[in-house]
Structures are given as C-alpha cells and as structure tokens.
Design a protein around this ligand. Sequence first.
Ligand SMILES: Nc1ncnc2c1ncn2[C@@H]1O[C@H](COP(=O)(O)OP(=O)(O)O)[C@@H](O)[C@H]1O
Ligand SMILES: [Mg+2]
Length: 442
Amino acid sequence: MQGAAVTRRRGQRPGHSATTAHFQAAYPFQGQGGLGAPGVYIGADAFGGAWVFDQWELYERRIMRSPNIVVLGEIAFAKSTWIKTFLYRQFLFGRQSFVIDIKGEYLPLAEAIGVSPFVLEPGGSMRLNPIERRGGRKGQLTLLRSVAMASLRRHLVPEEEAGLRVALDQCNDEAGSADPTLPNVVDVLLHPREPMVAGVSAASGPEFAAANRELALALQRLCDGDLKGIFDGQTSAGIDLDSPLIVFDLSAMGDSEALGVLATCVGAWQQAVLRERKRVSDETGIPMRKAHCVFEEVWQVTPNIGVAEWLQANFKLCRALAISNILSTHKLTDFDTAGDKGSRAVRIAQNLVPDAGCFIIHRQSPDQREVLRDDLGRSETEVELAMGLDVGEALWVMGAYSTLVQQRSSAREREITFTDQQMGANPPGFRPTPTEIARTGG
Ligand SMILES: Nc1ncnc2c1ncn2[C@@H]1O[C@H](COP(=O)(O)OP(=O)(O)O)[C@@H](O)[C@H]1O
Ligand SMILES: [Mg+2]
C-alpha cells in the first residue's frame, strides 16, 4: 500500500528465520517429532518430519519396554556413525557414556568431548581391579564369577561356586580396609585358609585346593598370562568417574581369545562403579545420572560365557542402575552363533533380545528374512525394506511401533565418525568435509 510506512521501534530487530531442520539441530530437546516425547534430533523419518529420540523418555512413556538398544546392520552401513553421533548429542544434555571399544575407533569422539580413551594393553600403564569393594559384596561376587567363567570359558561347578564365595570373603578380611585383588584370590584358592575349608565343609585344605585348582589356575592366567599387568592390582589413579565419556580401548588385543576375558573384566569394573553409584543414590535420595553402556561388535565376544553372563546382568539391571545398554552387531542371528548350539551362552545371548526396547536395523542380508519376520515380528514390506536400506538409513522398531529414519550428521560429526581412512575413499552420497579431504588426500 503506497505511503504506508512500516515503523520499527528502536531496538527492534528483524526476526531470525531458519528452516525447521536447522532449528531442531540447534535445539535438539525441543524437537516435537518422533513419538511426541522429547529427545535429541536424529534425522528425518519416512514422512520427512524430524525424528527425535531419548530412550529414557520413551521408556517412561511405556513406548519402549526397556531403555536398552540393539543396533543391527551389515559392515559400513553407519551403525557406529549413529552411535557416536547419538552419544555426542546426548553429551550436551548431561548423559554419561561408557564405551568398550574393541576396534579403537572412539578417539575422535573422545577428543571432540575433551577426554582421552584409556588404553588397556599388556605392558601398558593402565590397570583396572575388577573386584573392587565399590560394588558391595554381592556385586563383587557376581563380577568375580563372570571373570572366572570368562577365564575358564565354561560354567562353574558347585564346588567352585562355593570356593569362590569363601575365597572372596577371606580376601576381603585379609585386605582390611583396602580392596582385594585377583592375585589375592588366586593365593587363597591355592592355599586355602582354615575358615575357608570350614566354610565349604571340605575335609581338608588339600581337598579344597584340589577341587578349586582349575579355577585358581584360570584366574592366575589373568595375572601372569597374556593379560598380565591389566587386572592384577589396584585400579590406576586418574579415572574421573564423572567424566562425560569413559572409553576403554581394547584394540591392542586384536581378535585374540583373551578379548572376551578382557571385555568381561572391564564390564565388571564398570558395573561395580554403577552399583556404588546406586548405593550412594539410595542413601542420599539424589537420582543417579543416566548413562549409556556401549559395546560395539558384540558378536566377537558373546561366545564367551563370562561376557554373556555380564551382559545379561547389565540388561536386567538397566532400570536399577539408570543405564541404557547399546549393543551393535551385524544381524540378529549373530546371537544364535554365540556358542555351541543349545549352550548357555547362546541362551543368554538370545535372552538379550526380549530385553531390548529398541532395534535400529540398518541394511540386512537376505538370510535374515525369516528372523526379522519371526523373531522381530516385521511385515513382509519391512523385511523387503531392510534388505535394500542405504547407508545411514534404518528401520527403527520399538514394540509394535516402527518407522524408517534417515540419520543426519553435521560436518563436525562426520569428521568424528569417519572410519574409511584405510579405504582412501569417501562413501557415495557423503560429501567429504575439508578435514576428510586433507586426511585422505582428496
Ligand atoms: N549417510 C552416510 N552416507 C555415506 N557414508 C556414510 C553415511 N554415514 C556414515 N558414513 C560413512 O560410512 C563409513 C562406515 O560407517 P560406520 O558407521 O563406521 O559403519 P559400521 O559401524 O556400520 O560398520 C564411515 O566412514 C562413515 O563416515
Ligand atoms: Mg562399526
């Protein structure tokens, strides 16, 4: 209209406008997409709307039956990318993350958050005591059992169950106010003290020692064998338990048999830290900080009964310990091959599936059709879809609900999650950042 002047008051500025995609990235917890619960921005759902997600919010609303997440997908279809990006975004909201990193690929994320991974390697400087008192006696015993089973690669017989229990009590007594260590346990098992012999009603010390010799030698391997120097003493100083991200880098072990034992010991220590936190929370009434427990490529270690037992405990304890376990593996049938057919490890691994509240399914191979249909209750259309997903696309399944999501990353996040250095190439459809170009030589 001619002559109509738009008057602007002093100090008034034109409003800032941005696309909804930018807005959701800048204010992740404000996004109203997804299932209507607040969460961090993940990407776009099948309808083009924002997909936001927070497992605890969805669990509280009974949309997820537990806060545990299983991430499936063939190699290089962006499983790790999703996990790292998610942890990075959740970090802004005070969530803590523990990561067992068997490939040694979390350094860029750790650097971005301003922490350093703890490298566990034979002859290294980092040591963890998996039987610290912080988990309480019950926690100590549970973890000592897992470590013993991991090391023996079998279940304990009744004599060993009883032997381990009295050995732990003896070590706690002898250690006074200090923490007992694995070498202490080995010592008392090989040279049982009088109260131990009486505690299991053994006829004599030699009888006790004979019944527990295999167990003692298996634990001794942790102190003297290929894992020497990692778990045979008190935990090294300098681990900040309040750090937003605690990464244990186990990549030095490669795919050696000891990896399962190593993972169990780290998991045991981690669980003890969380149990202590729960005790403090129960005493003070201050709610526990929510934490992610990430374990990628879990198929490599589930055949080990110790790992399977500890993982099962972590899954069951998720509500009590305020944790969300995030596991990644290629396909659901990896859990079937977790040991000999019908073995306890297989049964435990299979039991993890019903305890998961969310499956994030990246590209699947055709041999997974039946499992997706029968075990996860997916329709034929979804099964077809899962076989043809592109990198970064995933089918999200939470109980009866499912949707297709394309994850989105910022340039900074792509730097943190880039794992194709060895390939010397950038994946199709993924615009390289200047750092990637510099790193790979273009
Ligand atoms: N949307 C995407 N498009 C193309 N490449 C991607 C995308 N998301 C991630 N990538 C890249 O693909 C590579 C493999 O991803 P990664 O998450 O490590 O795979 P996985 O853990 O499934 O084996 C990484 O270098 C990552 O930067
Ligand atoms: Mg990966």
